[in-house]
Design a protein around this ligand. Structure first.
Ligand code: S3P
Length: 179
């Protein structure tokens, strides 16, 4: 089975990409991002996929990509914020991964994303309201991750260190090499 993956789940703007890159450096693991793979596969941006093909199509491609990355080893998997709504995705990611959910309050998320335009679901007139609405709906899904990590008022370094520490504790060197 090889070295287990670290799977980062959580709402848009919860810090998955920044934290994920840091963990991959700290633990010498590969870093993969499901959205980047989706963009490579389809040849268009996430915004365009949502705009031209719709969210349903996006979720189908996302599901295929999640299945592919679930088969990797020794990787930090930065999963799109909506991956959790599909039970199959979580089951696949669990096969060889530990699931961490990064949590942040709506106001904190808003602060982090307000100058970005690459997230179609938040390109609306009242993003904070939309964040609260989606967070409420997705709460039960995010809570399915075994490790819940608070990121409010914390640096990405600090969050990355916490996750790397949990991972190293869970898999001593011996376990890492015997699967
Ligand atoms: C989405 C999150 C995005 C991206 C897409 C949809 C979501 O990923 O997959 O815009 O449904 O929460 P990030 O969480 O990396 O921003």
């Amino acid at each position: 089975m090889g070295c287990k993956n670290i799977v980062l789940l959580g709402f848009m703007g919860s810090g998955k990409s920044t934290v994920g890159r840091l963990i991959s450096e700290m633990l010498h693991m590969d870093y993969v991002n499901t959205d980047s793979i989706i963009e490579e596969k389809t040849g268009i941006t996430i915004n365009k996929i949502f705009g031209e093909k719709g969210e349903k199509y996006f979720r189908e491609v996302e599901k295929t990509v999640v299945k592919e990355v679930s088969g990797m080893n020794n990787s930090v998997i930065d999963a799109g914020g909506g991956v959790v709504i599909n039970e199959d995705n979580l089951n696949n990611l669990r096969i060889n991964g530990l699931l961490f959910c990064l949590n942040a309050d709506p106001e904190e998320i808003y602060k982090r994303i307000k100058n970005h335009t690459h997230r179609p679901l938040l390109n609306v007139s009242d993003p904070l309201r939309k964040i609260k609405e989606i967070l409420k709906k997705r709460g039960p899904y995010y809570r399915k991750a075994e490790y819940q990590i608070d990121t409010n008022n914390r640096s990405a370094q600090d969050v990355a260190r916490e996750i790397a520490g949990i991972y190293e504790k869970a898999f001593s060197k011996h376990d890492k090499f015997t699967g």
